[in-house]
Design a protein around this ligand. Structure first.
Ligand code: GLU
Length: 483
């Protein structure tokens, strides 16, 4: 058996769509599951779609997600170059080989003729297919045109009868009538290959054994198959992955605002979450288990379990999974991720950022939740005294004022300013006063946060604020409630 070699072949067109990330991930997993090679090839022959900086996005995303490639433009390898535009000299020879075999032909049709042909077909409501006009040129005519320097393309010469059949690992046996196959362009008039041609030549020259890509390429695959056969090359295993849709069952588009790795990363999803979630877009191990690290996936991934049916991008599930990953992090690892978010709102350098991080760890769904949850730490926000009224806690403005007044002198005497100490002292006070716990906890938390919801309870927050600030805020509360 040949060594398994897969490739990720993105076109540098911008952010990495989750569909592309999934292709990269599955290609990586198929290779690594069998100790094979994972290759990165940049497909940049379509210069019009090229976006500045997009290659760096690709490197960066593969690096962050841990999908390290064994060969590629930046790491080299035996079958380079790995950037298609740097390979542009090699395709013409292959196209000419097909011409000599009668599997391709020169086409000199100009834009006017093709436009007219297209208009004519569209008028009849058909799908445009080149009418093979130039396939009938004699050898002499072709030579003459070439010698005269007429612009040309090279097209595939597909038969008009019979069927082309190939196997896809996910979609099964696919058979299409040859008269539906367009004589697609292989070499463009600028001399560059089309994606349709380059992918076949490159996959062959790079020894790719498994071709993993989105199912939008499924309908072109019979034509690719014909190319392999015309060259006499071994056809790779095809793994076409299902469409990814939004919850309304439409194709997940940029407009959703969460269609790329970069979108999700910016929105506070952990890299581990994104990789795990994307792995499950169209695949599952056949058990109920859902939490997988990249290493787990390498062990268990079986591409034959990829589904045909479209995968729905379920936002609720993504959020749930992210909160699970947040909880799973060690406090130190979480702190590394949370610190930049904490520092966007907590500017006081004397704050114990690590304690804040611990406070939010069990309560954040996404990292971007963090700032809004702790925006009261630096400065007490404006709040209305109605916040002290809580039915379940049985608090009113009046009894809250009583509690705060009773708490203040006790708190003033505490020197060991720790949540547990504060808790014990206040519980003693609750007992002396004969009130309910909530009638002390709610007013204190309200006074020191000015918010109805906070991560952590009154004493955890008080510890972070420190004694002076806590007492200050309680005094402000007393003042506000004293009308
Ligand atoms: N360059 C193509 C794309 O970005 C890759 C398709 C393939 O993997 O063959 O969609």
């Amino acid at each position: 058996m040949n060594k398994v070699r897969t490739r990720y072949a993105p076109s540098p067109t911008g952010r990495m769509h989750v569909g592309n990330l999934r292709t990269a991930l599955y290609a990586y997993l198929i290779a690594k599951h069998k100790d094979g090679d994972f290759i990165l090839r940049i497909e940049d022959t379509d210069q019009e779609r090229f976006v500045e900086g997009a290659i760096d996005i690709i490197y960066n995303t593969l690096n962050l997600t841990g999908l390290h490639h064994d060969e590629g433009p930046d790491v080299g390898g035996p079958v380079g170059p790995y950037i298609q535009s740097e390979r542009k000299g090699l395709y013409l020879e292959y196209a000419k080989e097909l011409v000599s075999k009668g599997e391709a032909y020169y086409c000199f049709c100009d834009k006017e003729r093709l436009d007219a042909l297209r208009a004519e077909t569209e008028e009849k409501g058909g799908t445009f297919r080149y009418d093979k006009h130039c396939s009938h040129l004699s050898k002499e005519e072709v030579e003459k045109n070439l010698a005269a320097g007429l612009p040309y393309v090279i097209r595939q010469n597909n038969p008009t009868e019979g069927f082309t059949t190939f196997e896809d690992e996910i979609y099964g046996t696919i058979s299409v009538p040859n008269n539906e196959l367009d004589d697609m362009v292989l070499i463009k008039s600028d001399g560059l290959p089309t994606y349709n041609f380059a992918n076949v030549v490159d996959d062959h020259l790079m020894g790719i054994t498994h071709v993993v890509r989105g199912n939008e390429y499924l309908s072109s695959s019979p034509k690719y198959n014909r190319l392999y056969e015309a060259f006499g090359w071994e056809v790779p295993v095809y793994v076409h992955c299902p469409l990814i849709t939004n919850e309304e069952h439409q194709k997940l588009s940029k407009r959703s605002g969460h269609s790329s790795f970069e979108d999700l990363y910016e929105q506070g999803y952990l890299i581990d979450t994104i990789v795990n979630f994307v792995a499950l877009l169209g695949w599952n191990p056949g058990t109920n288990e859902e939490m997988f690290s990249l290493e787990d996936l390498v062990k268990i991934f079986d591409y034959r379990k990829i589904n045909k049916s479209p995968a729905v991008f379920d936002m609720q599930k993504l959020k749930w999974m992210n909160s699970e990953y947040i909880k799973k992090q060690s406090p130190e690892a979480f702190f590394k991720m949370a610190e930049p978010y904490i520092k966007t709102v907590v500017k006081n350098p004397n704050t114990d950022f690590f304690k804040i991080s611990n406070l939010v760890q069990s309560r954040a769904e996404v990292l971007t939740d963090i700032p809004e949850r702790i925006d009261f730490i630096d400065e007490l926000p404006e709040y209305s005294t109605e916040l002290y009224i809580h039915k379940k806690m049985k608090t009113t403005e009046e009894n809250s004022l009583e509690s705060l007044k009773a708490a203040l002198p006790v708190l003033e005497t505490i020197s060991d300013w720790k949540a547990e100490v504060l808790h014990d002292e206040m519980m003693k006070l609750v007992e002396t006063l004969g009130i309910k716990n909530g009638q002390m906890l709610w007013p204190i938390r309200t006074a020191i946060s000015g918010k109805a919801a906070t991560p952590g309870g009154a004493f955890e927050i008080a510890e972070i604020l420190g004694k002076e600030e806590t007492l200050n805020r309680i005094r402000i509360g007393i003042e506000k409630l004293t009308k």
